[in-house]
Ligand binder design. Structure first.
Ligand code: HEM
Length: 154
């Protein structure tokens, strides 16, 4: 957390302190860098490229930026429901979620100070694991062995 009196810690509308350096511009940079990598990735690229047409990407990046800015900064701009969009992709497996989370963690660790990176990673893991759980329930799986997937091996 910043101790610079000219840059005091901020309280987001989420009620939490905003980690040092985290602002709209950083969210935007993370989203643009992550999806450029995701689209080129061997494992998750084909899913994105089959669902999102090239000319639909600018709007998609705006939606995802709104999503993260709402989640982390309390921007209150995202009013979508991401779960049904992922439930509509029954082809998603743990291999996709693992790769998504790993690529995302690598990106935020590269672009953000440690506190901001840790917050992004924690939220992505929680959301990703919710999607996995939703997909498993939708498939009628009741496997009690479904364990929490982490972005990085620890
Ligand atoms: C693991 C954490 C993940 C998070 C936090 C996440 C987040 C999101 C969000 C917020 C949206 C926007 C929904 C909307 O339009 O309102 C979205 C859409 C989408 N996600 Fe994910 N996602 C995750 C995992 C994945 C994975 C593993 C894949 C595939 C490899 C994937 C593929 C997609 C696609 C193709 C869309 C667009 C769906 C559509 O508009 O029909 N996501 N995701």
């Amino acid at each position: 957390m910043s101790t610079d009196p000219a840059d005091p810690p901020r309280l987001a509308r989420t009620g939490r302190l905003v980690p040092e350096g985290l602002d709209e511009a950083m969210v935007r940079a993370v989203v643009e860098t992550f999806y450029a990598r995701a689209r080129a990735d061997d494992v998750i690229g084909p899913v994105f490229n089959s669902k999102i047409a090239p000319d639909a990407w600018p709007a998609h990046l705006d939606t995802i930026t709104d999503f993260w800015a709402s989640m982390l900064l309390g921007a209150a701009r995202y009013g979508g429901r991401p779960m049904p969009k992922h439930l509509a992709m029954p082809e998603l497996t743990d291999a996709h979620f693992s790769r998504w989370l790993k690529l995302f963690a690598e990106t935020v660790l590269e672009l953000c100070p440690p506190g901001a990176a840790a917050l992004f990673i924690d939220r992505a893991e929680r959301i990703g694991n919710n999607f996995r759980m939703g997909l498993a329930l939708r498939r009628g799986e009741t496997d009690p062995q479904l364990t929490y997937l982490r972005a990085l091996d620890s």
